[in-house]
Design a protein around this ligand. Structure first.
Ligand code: ATP
Length: 200
């Protein structure tokens, strides 16, 4: 699995539709201060479902939408797509050899996520990337200060990172989901028993 392309439109300092293509091997992004290098990695984390405005260096989510300059007006939405090569089928539940994940946010606050054009929930994006290391919290994206954070992290936080790398995060997630469903089923059973008792 590798990243083939990133398409940015209306996100931060990218008012024009911009497609960055990545080849196998090393890619470096260079440019003067303030030219938008970090906005590229922000776009990548954003499309993967980043919800923290702080880590996107914004005060509210709509701040990621191109805000306009003296030469051109602000835009009404931001859209980012990440194209991933999935020939080896590493993305959970997806058979397609190429997967495009898209996130769009309107100024009204309305937002949408898509996988290969089909509307999905954020949860689906999260589940698809689980154990691949690529999710918004995955170890594939190491931001400034992240190493220091890992070193200083509490042991259970550090364990989460190793679990993701070892490919067992998905099973822990499924276990928690199953436990939640079980608890709900038990509540329903109790409620049902109360009704049965009332009728008898
Ligand atoms: P440095 O090397 O200093 O870290 P950089 O190349 O990483 O810089 P970024 O931080 O990615 O630069 O980009 C900063 C630029 O993005 C600023 O000029 C800022 O005005 C612009 N920018 C950020 N958000 C928006 C927005 N919503 N609309 C328009 N421009 C924006």
């Amino acid at each position: 699995m590798f990243l083939k392309a990133l398409e940015i439109y209306g996100f931060k300092s990218f008012p024009d539709k911009t497609r960055l293509t990545f080849e196998r091997g090393l890619t470096a992004v260079v440019g003067p201060n303030g030219s938008g290098k970090s906005n590229i990695s922000d776009a990548m984390r954003w499309v993967l479902g980043e919800q923290s405005t702080k880590s996107l260096r914004s005060s509210k989510m709509q701040d990621v939408i191109f805000g306009g300059t003296q030469q051109r007006g602000a835009m009404g939405f931001a859209q980012v797509s990440l194209v991933i090569d999935n020939q080896e089928g590493e993305l959970a539940g997806i058979q397609a050899p190429e997967v495009t994940v898209t996130r769009k946010l309107y100024r009204s606050g309305e937002s949408e996520y898509r996988i290969n054009g089909a509307m999905v929930r954020l949860k689906d994006i999260h589940e698809m990337f689980m154990d691949t290391g690529l999710g918004k919290d995955g170890y594939s994206i190491i931001g400034q200060g992240r190493i220091a954070e890992i070193v200083a992290a509490k042991s259970d936080e550090r364990r989460e990172i190793f679990e993701e790398a070892a490919g067992i995060a998905k099973y822990r997630y499924k276990k928690t989901e199953a436990e939640r469903k079980l608890a709900r089923a038990e509540e329903n059973l109790t409620r049902l028993q109360d009704i049965v008792d009332e009728i008898e």
